[in-house]
Design a binder for this molecule. Structure first.
Ligand SMILES: [Zn+2]
Ligand SMILES: [Zn+2]
Length: 145
């Protein structure tokens, strides 16, 4: 693992959990930013939806040892490893078993989340009923195709 405390490059993004026991950095453009309204994301985050930054797994450097809780999609059986800090409980990363080349970074853990432009919303039919659709984002009833 490379030194996460080194000065990040121009495009690098860094992030961490609430207590700082787990941190990460990546130096690539995210492949996509996707909002997820699925029931597991709502429950795991305690929020109405998660803001997911899809990053090439090989580009993500993790410092610390997050714990993991695996969920099984209620409707499609898809496996997700939901990584969180064992000290403070912050949800930080998700691994999609069908896309092992990706890591999903929870945008709220970024040190600087500016400039993110979500392009899609998944599990739209589970969205809380006060959320208005946006013309700027594609909507999918389940996982993105
Ligand atoms: Zn923590
Ligand atoms: Zn979800």
């Amino acid at each position: 693992m490379s030194n996460i405390d080194s000065v990040p490059g121009a495009g690098a993004r860094t992030g961490r959990c609430l207590c700082g026991a787990v941190s990460y950095r990546f130096d690539v453009e995210p492949e996509a930013i996707v909002l997820c309204h699925c029931g597991h994301c709502q429950r795991h985050s305690g929020a109405a939806f998660t803001v997911n930054v899809l990053v090439a797994r090989e580009a993500l450097e993790i410092k610390g040892a997050p714990r993991s809780h695996q969920t099984v999609g209620i409707e499609n059986g898809n496996l997700r490893d939901r990584l969180f800090c064992g000290e403070c409980g912050t949800p930080i990363l998700t691994v999609l078993h069908e896309r092992p080349d990706l890591m999903i970074v929870k945008a709220g853990t970024l040190d600087d989340p500016s400039g993110l432009k979500p392009s899609a919303e998944v599990w739209w039919r589970r969205a809380q009923d006060w959320i208005e659709p946006s013309p700027d984002r594609a909507r999918f009833d389940g996982d993105a195709p």
